[in-house]
Design a binder for this molecule. Sequence first.
Ligand code: UDP
Length: 385
Amino acid sequence: MNNSKNILIVGAGFTGAVIGRKLAEHGHQIRIIDSRSHVAGNCYSERDEKSGIMVHTYGPHIFHTDNHDVWEYLNRFTEMMPYVNRVKTTVNGQVFSLPINLHTINQFFNTTCSPSEARKLIESKSDQSINDPQTFEEQALRFVGKELYEAFFKGYTIKQWGMSPAELPASILKRLPVRFNYDDNYFSHKYQGMPKHGYTPIIENILNHPNIVVELEHSYSASDSDGIDHLFFTGPLDSWYDYKFGRLGYRTLDFEKFHTEDDFQGTAVMNYGEEEIPFTRITDHKYFSPWEEHKGSVCYREFSRTCMPNDTPYYPIRQMGEMELLNKYLNLAEQEKNISFAGRLGTYRYLDMDVTIAEALHMANIYIDSLDKGTEMPVFTVNVR
Ligand code: UDP
C-alpha cells in the first residue's frame, strides 16, 4: 500500500495495542515501544510460580461493558469465561454485601424490608435537602444517608484517595449502584467475564500482526520520532513535557502478596471500610478464575498512597489543583502536530478497560478518516477537560 504511514506508539497497554492493530490492519507500519519488560500495562497478568494461580500483578481487573462492539472485539482475541464480581466488605466486625443492596440494608439496619420498604427506609435516612450533589460526600448523603455512608464509603474513600470525600467529585461514587433487591453483582453491565488465560495473551494476540513491531524495555527518546508520520503517546501527559509545570497527581498502590494453604477468605474481593485498617481490600486471585481448581490462595493486600516520581501511577486524582495543572498541559498539547495523546495516562482520566478499548478504536478510526480526507489528525479525540 503506497499510502502506508510509519507510526510510532508509546505504550503497549490496551490503548497502544488496539490503536496499533487497527492501523496495522489498514496497511500502516507500526512500531510500539514500552519501557516495561512486558506488554499489557497495568492489565498484565501472569501465573504465580508457587501455586500456578493466575494473578493480576497490578491489582484486580474485571472486564465489564455495555458496549457490544467492544465485547465482540475482545472476544476476537480471547475466550472470555463467565465471571460475576461479587464484593464483600468487612465493617464494624461484620461482613456485608456490596454494592449496597437489599441484603446489605436489611443486615445493616436489622430489618426484613421488602424492596419498597427499603426504598422508604433509605429515603428517610437520606438528606433530601441536597438537590444537586457535587461532591462524593453529598452524593452519598443524598442517596444512602449518613449511617451507610460512614460505614461503607467514608473510611474506604479516605484510604483510597487520601482525602475527605467532601473534596472528591460525586462521579467517583456514581460508579457504584444502590439496589433495592438482592442482586449483588458489583456491575450493572450486560457483559462481564474474565479472559481464560489472563489479560497478557489478549494484548499479545492484538499485537500479533505482521505490520507490528514491539520493543520492550525501551523508553521513548527524541530519536524514536525520526522518520515517523504520527506518534500516539499513551504515557503520562505531563511526562511528555518533562513535568515542566509540575506533576499531575496520582494515587499509587502497594501490594502485600501472601500465600495460604487453605482458602483464605472464600471470595475474590473483601473490602475493609474502616479507616483504622490501613489497607483498602484483600483480593484472592484464585477466585478470578472460578473455572480452575486450586487448593490454596494467593492474596494481595492493597494499600493506596500518593504516587511519587518513581512509583507506578494508577488513579488520576483530578482535583481542582490537578485540573489547573492539567489545563496548562492540555493548552500546550493542543498546539502539537503529528502527535495524539490517548488512554488513562495520556488523557489523565480514571478509565475502565472497556472505555479504553472503545476510545482507542475511535482514535484509530479518526486517524484513518483524516488520511482519507486529507484533514489534520486531532491531538485528542475525546473530551479530556
Ligand atoms: N468505595 C468505597 N467503599 C467500598 C468500595 C468503593 O467507598 O467498599 C468508593 C471508593 O471511593 C472507590 C469508589 O467507590 O474509589 C469506586 O469504587 P470501585 O470499586 O469502582 O473502585 P476500583 O475497583 O476502580 O478501585
